[in-house]
Design a protein around this ligand. Structure first.
Ligand code: ARG
Length: 464
């Protein structure tokens, strides 16, 4: 058996089943880079504060560097008997450089170490995520420029409501994801607080320099309370929530992709490489990628609920329950990153079926509101305009024609105010170009926001 750090207190070795049950190495092994980085700065600080000698620091430093090289090459022997990544690294160090390696744990505990490592590890992943959400926004803005004036059916209640531009719809997706970018940045702030120096729970009697450690490890601040610091996992929950929101958005996008690819909608086509066939029905081209993203959203929500539940009711300070945070947050981050990435790649291949989009956008009396607005511009109260147009629609429906098929004479039987410029007014092209208030669907607006996104200047909302 490897020498357990607490062997002094115990006479019997740990039960094998307990060891299997309680070890976390198989999951926290990914923290080794962060753990070595943290330990290097910790011992540098111990040396600076006079707790270890210069030559001891040099020895520890080269030992840790060696361990890092071995670990990167996959040549470091890991042992489950040592329970977790922290104990493994400490043990390897002692094996490498002898007893001086035992000095690294002065003035710290695994309780403040593990959460420091997690913060460093997650901070890096959040940076990857910020990059990814920016990427997908750029993809959407690029596509939105391409389709800034393509007519597309806009839905409410999943019924065709009003024509929009396809660019506007794509930029609605971008708007959702722009809020996720803000959430990620806020989460990064919550993560970026140094707990190290809190030791087991009450701090340490040694004179240490936490500011030095914080600066070297690029933390913005140090924690104010050692008891809270070793038991706080709010930053993980913030991230799990942010991931849930990203997945919620991706899932809504996925649902629309599934619908639009359905031959009954036939609104878009995506590259075959992103679809799968059926093992029995030769004609099928299935939208498995968005379906899977929609499905994986459930497990990301599950991680959030899991973390909330692990933390609920925990007394201060560290409790072993907290070891269960890792699997949950790692899975949440992995699934979210891979989902953003695959949806981004799929969207890049998206092609609009312009003819079908125009046909659908022109159907279902989609410009009835434009006709009502036309009457109101001529002085009719909107509620009355609404009533008049309602009658026109009903009449058209009865005759199975659309509004533009009506003669001017027929229009005039409903309102004298209708003139021949009505045909232009109720065209879908006019409907979208006339909606030019900031934030509306007109091609010019779409282009303005898309260009801001591409130049990196866009804000989620616009200040007045
Ligand atoms: N593997 C542990 C975890 O992930 C490290 C902290 C152990 N601390 C303790 N007091 N047993 O939470």
């Amino acid at each position: 058996m490897k020498n357990k750090t607490w062997a002094g207190r115990f006479t019997r070795k740990i039960n094998d089943d307990v060891l299997d049950f309680s070890q976390s190495l198989t999951i926290d092994i990914v923290l080794y880079e962060a753990d070595i980085m943290t330990t290097l700065v910790h011992v540098e600080m111990l040396c600076k504060c006079g707790h270890i000698k210069k030559n001891e620091f040099t020895k520890i430093k080269s030992g840790l560097n060696k361990i890092r090289t071995l670990a990167r090459k996959g040549e470091l022997p890991w042992s489950i008997e040592l329970e977790d990544v922290h104990m493994n690294i400490e043990n390897s160090l002692v094996e490498q450089i002898g007893d001086v390696g035992k000095k690294i744990h002065l003035g710290r505990s695994r309780n403040d170490l593990v959460t420091t490592d997690m913060r460093i590890y997650l901070r890096e992943l959040v940076d990857v995520m910020i990059f990814e959400v920016r990427n997908i926004q750029k993809t959407l803005a690029t596509l939105a420029l391409k389709y800034s004036n393509s007519i597309f059916p806009g839905y409410t209640h999943l019924q065709i409501a009003q024509p929009v531009t396809f660019g506007h719809h794509l930029m609605a997706w971008q708007a959702m994801i722009s809020r996720d970018e803000i959430r990620l940045k806020n989460t990064r702030e919550m993560i970026n607080v140094l707990p190290l120096g809190s030791a087991a729970l009450s701090g340490t009697s040694l004179k240490i320099d936490r500011k030095f450690v914080a600066k070297k490890l690029q933390f913005n601040s140090t924690s104010n309370n050692s008891m809270d610091a070793v038991s706080d996992r709010d930053y993980m929950i913030d991230l799990a929530y942010t991931n849930s929101m990203i997945m919620l958005h991706l899932s809504r996008i996925s649902e629309e992709l599934v619908l639009w690819m359905n031959p009954q909608f036939n609104l878009i086509d995506v590259d075959e490489g992103f679809c799968t066939g059926s093992s029995i029905m030769p004609q099928k081209k299935n939208p498995d990628v968005p379906e899977l993203v929609r499905g994986k959203t459930g497990s990301v929500y599950g991680s959030l609920i899991g973390l909330l539940t692990v933390l609920k009711g925990l007394p201060l300070t560290y409790n072993r329950d907290l070891q269960e945070d890792k699997n949950l947050i790692f899975e949440s981050v992995d699934t979210t990153i891979s989902s953003i990435d695959i949806i981004n790649k799929l969207i890049k291949t998206l092609k609009l079926n312009k003819k079908q989009a125009l046909n659908l956008a022109e159907s279902s009396f989609s410009t009835a509101t434009d006709l009502a607005e036309y009457l109101s511009e001529k002085g009719v109260a909107f509620r009355d305009s609404h009533h008049i147009v309602g009658k026109i629609v009903k009449n058209c429906e009865k005759r199975s024609i659309s509004m533009k098929d009506m003669t001017l004479k027929e229009f005039k039987t409903f309102s004298d105010l209708i003139e021949k410029d009505i045909y232009k007014k109720i065209s879908v092209e006019n409907s979208v170009t006339s909606r030019k208030n900031f934030g509306s669907t007109s091609p010019k607006n779409v282009e303005k926001i898309a260009n801001l996104v591409l130049s990196g200047l866009s804000k989620t909302n616009t200040k007045i």
